[in-house]
Write a protein that binds this ligand. Structure first.
Ligand code: MN3
Length: 260
């Protein structure tokens, strides 16, 4: 393996998803055999397709907050359906469509890095699986209204201030035609970059034009806001800033830089 390949693999290994434990099959355990079949989320990038499962909401809510905690900005019913129906469906589809294929044993981030080789159905569902996991962790009510530390400095240096950044990111979300996502990512040079993607594409995918390690994500599919906001996507996007977990975004920023 070349140095370049090595560093890329390392890059994706370290581009983790900490902050939310991921429930996996009992055959797949990292570290000690705990009663709860979860892996530390930082291992997500090297976990294999087909090993991920979401716990049905009726048994346990693995989100780091209750469905109603993001009100009045995102309503409880939307959170419940979004997590227990939409996210669960992407996960199920990812697992079922990859089982008994040769790529079932591939780490998720390696699949993203060579996304063009795989069926679009897998792209849509593996993307949906990952994107939502990321989204849940960067949401929280009352954890701070502004970035701090090195992330704050980088946002100022790159975009000319937090308000200008919010405008740029918000516009990416508002203007994304149809379903998709807005992203703040750390690119290969360690620079912050704002982008949007269609469907369940993300900046980790080889097929995506603007690449990087995403540290902030906003779901602008109608299922993310329609019950509360109907056609008013701009209002939903503006409300999003009230529930951003900047602490987690900062942590992801530091982690992405450390992986360079
Ligand atoms: Mn969604």
């Amino acid at each position: 393996m070349s140095i370049k390949q090595n560093s890329r693999r390392d890059f994706f290994k370290k581009a983790s998803l900490s902050g939310l434990a991921v429930v996996v099959s009992s055959a797949f355990t990292f570290g000690s055999k705990s009663k709860s079949p979860t892996i530390p989320a930082e291992n997500l990038g090297i976990a294999k397709l087909g090993d991920f499962k979401l716990t049905p909401q009726s048994k346990q809510n693995p989100l780091p907050y209750a469905y109603g905690d993001l009100e009045p900005y995102i309503d409880a019913r939307t959170m419940e359906i979004h997590y227990s129906k939409h996210h669960a469906a992407y996960t199920k589809n990812m697992n079922e469509s990859s089982s008994s294929t040769d790529y079932a044993a591939k780490p998720l981030f390696e699949v993203f890095a060579e996304m063009g080789k795989y069926p679009v159905f897998l792209k849509n569902n593996a993307g949906g699986f990952y994107n939502h996991l990321l989204f849940w962790t960067i949401l929280s009510h009352g954890t701070g209204q502004a970035p701090e530390g090195r992330l704050a400095t980088a946002i100022n240096d790159t975009f000319g201030g937090i308000e200008k950044f919010k405008e740029l990111f918000g516009t990416a979300g508002k203007k994304q035609f149809g379903s998709g996502w807005a992203w703040l990512s750390v690119d290969a040079k360690g620079k912050l970059v704002v982008s949007s993607t269609a469907n369940q594409d993300n900046p980790l995918m080889s097929t995506t034009e603007i690449k990087g390690v995403p540290i902030l994500a906003l779901d602008v599919w109608e299922h993310a806001y329609y019950l509360q906001y109907q056609n008013r996507r701009p209002d939903y996007v503006d409300s999003f800033w009230k529930v951003v977990n900047w602490k987690e975004v900062s942590r992801r920023y530091e982690e992405a830089l450390a992986a360079k």
